[in-house]
Design a protein around this ligand. Sequence first.
Ligand SMILES: N[C@@H](CCC(=O)N[C@@H](CS)C(=O)NCC(=O)O)C(=O)O
Length: 222
Amino acid sequence: MGKLLIYGLEASPPTRACLLTLKALELPYDLVPVNIPAGEHLLPEFRQKNPQHTVPLLEDDEVCIWDSHAIMAYLVGKYAANDALYPTDSRQRAIVDQRLHFDSGLMFTGALRPITRSVLFLGETAIEQSRIDAVAEIYDLVELFLGDNDFVAGNELTIADFSFVSSISCLAVYLELDPVKYPKILAWLERLKELPYYEEANGVGAAQLEAMLKSKNFTIVA
Ligand SMILES: N[C@@H](CCC(=O)N[C@@H](CS)C(=O)NCC(=O)O)C(=O)O
């Protein structure tokens, strides 16, 4: 096996979800930096590997896989010693898959990405309250998903937790997690922060993105 290459940047939430998976599986990898603000993802060399020009992109022995959710599933399927992070049992897998689609379709793509794009790349400094209300609706659902479980897809840590934590640690920049309304999400976040690789794989990049966003001095308007 050649060394795994993960193209992306630490500030990118889906890149961080993959870094969490790589660390959890103790897989050696190189993070190949792709400077999105400088447009490196649009260069022909990168588009040749990923015509959709998104990060993260995984390169494994010349096979290119993109979309963090697909990458995480691939890494567990190919390299994990067991299926704990992405169960093969149909029922358990369906729950994990539902959470991954929730992140892919709604939490990251529907809420986080458009707001972040407006602030970082389109120079908008006023975020409409309705977009923040949509974040609150997402929190409401995540609080329900957690129920009495320790993790978002049950009582075991899975790749769904990696997706969720990479997105939620950034959504919290737009809407703080109210301890009265979201005690389960906050307790779950603390649980994830206890992972020995959390800070390196998610904490550092989340702080970078938070600093980038706050430097734009955005406000929320009705
Ligand atoms: N669903 C994708 C989303 C990836 C994505 O949108 N990444 C952003 C950076 S955080 C990106 O590459 N933006 C550049 C572009 O879309 O051209 C995933 O989970 O990997």
